[in-house]
Write a protein of this length. Sequence first.
Length: 143
Amino acid sequence: MSARSKARKRALDVLYAADLRGASAFEVLADLIAERASAGDEMNAYTIDLVEGVAANSAVLDSAIVTYAQDWDLDRMPAVDRTILRIAAFEILFRRDIPEGVAISEAVELAGEYSTEASAAFVNGLLAKIAASRPPLLGDGTR
């Protein structure tokens, strides 16, 4: 498993825990960073980027997800699926260094491992629609 795949898994853990607890993702992340630091272990920087990015852009991410989740409210989605979708949507919409296909593939793999086969297909289709709606790269490399 690549370092970024592990970082996505850890971000899923943090964001899922925050969602279930009704807590701030920033607080859950800070607690985990402190816990790992006391054990002499450092948190992966990409995990931190993902958690902070998803938390800071949650309104935009949720809006994109709801737009393409036909007849699905966020509250009706399983929490793990909702969290996986938020992470991948963040990578698709805000991370220029992550190819869309990689973000989608990683999300589908997480859904297949931690949710259901039906969830993996749902995640794949929804993220493909989000990726297709993303504005094309401009001449200077910005979106």
